[in-house]
Design a protein around this ligand. Sequence first.
Ligand code: BGP
Length: 493
Amino acid sequence: MTDKLQPFPKNFLWGGAIAANQAEGGWQAGGKGPDIADVLPHGIMHGPDAQVEPGVHYPSHEAIDFYHRHTADLQLMAGMGFNAFRLSIAWSRIFPTGEETEPNEAGLKFYDDLFQEMRSLGMEPIVTISHYETPLNLATKYGGWTSKKLIPLYLRYAKVLFERFGQYVHYWLTFNELNGVHLIPWAAGAFLPHGTESERLSQIYQASHNMFVATAATIKMAREIVPDAQVGIMLTMSNAAAYPATPKPADVFHTLTYQRRTFLYGDVELRGHYPKYFDRIVRDYDLHLDITPAELQLIADYTADYLAFSYYRTTTFTAGMKILGDTGGLTGKKNPYLPTSAWGWQIDPEGLRYVLNILADRYEKPLMIVENGLGVADEVGPDGRIHDTERMRYLVDHLKAVQEAITDGCDVLGYTWWGPIDIVSAGTGEMKKRYGFIYVDKDNEGRGDLHRRKKDSYALYRDIIQSNGALLDQPTEALVKHYTTASTTVSAE
Ligand code: BGP
């Protein structure tokens, strides 16, 4: 028996990920229309205002001003050796209300420039077509994805993207965390469920189904317009990493029930059909759904090319517990064996190996980790430096787990750290919850000069990438110590 690890594949995608609404700002620039993030003063977890209210601070309106600073920011990413960068396109930059018949050229031009810059820096764009930023008009007028009216509107938008950007973009993702629609329906589905439990769940599953149809139709279209494009789905897999809190059989089965809430999404979009256990969900909750045979055929014919997912944490469950959660995934009972972040998320690198393995076994499709990261309230020290040791430990331990999974036989295409530069938190709207290797001078109230500054983790990630992961054979604490004391961190300017 040998415990020798396989190296990361030669063409492994190393990078970071952001979303338009959390980074760009410029919420009305170049003719952009308002989207569902633009009415969230305190993030997804606190719900939307009915409209943009005067005098209220909405974090997405300026965010970190990536809209105007992307050239310098991408150079900072290139400085870490990124060969991939995941971002989303703000739908309402292209179709301000979602209903125009012609796209907005200023919006297209913005992304054209961005993709050209990325290509010239050697970065593979990974593009999320819809990441929590549906045009607000589609939410207020139609009830978001509960309505099938959104399907052709989304397809019109996706068609424009394939035609215009197909030459730069190889990896596409249809919806960010589609299965998030249960826990954060406003963000993931652009609606607020209402009525009885049966009615609310019917709305949630109808919205899911409509997005399944949109995904399948998008894959069909991509195969026609950009045949070598890879169209993936993106799900939160912190939800799949649920452990039974005890070995009691009832707790074990209840945990499987939670996991299936997530598996359902992969099962439909990767296997091409609703799993049998869905029939029982429909009966138990008396769901009323509009699902046609033609839609089911489309879903069967056009399954996704790869599975991209976010992974932040794990949790534990016991029989009868209610399902609660946030942007990080499901929340059950505290796991006594794991440390917890300042925002209550339990840190579990081995859980990432577990998730990669169950997904590889279940779907036998390539996997991509497109979100993983740690939110910390970093502070700039008197020497102007940021010693983000917790983040470095998190990064190294999770990448070690990825390498274990690769050695286990999992087909992993790449890893994009969530928020390589500090951005607005989706869940809470805070700037204080920082994920970046690059610090941005801005606080929760919007004060700060937006100055960028490298944290200690910047040099660590750069060197991990440069070695294509070989650096990870060193003990975590030795790496953390070395990069905390190294003099490689300097001001970004
Ligand atoms: C995921 C989202 C991201 C992101 C991340 C971290 O659910 O896809 O948009 O922000 O969670 O969550 P938060 O920003 O709430 O810390």
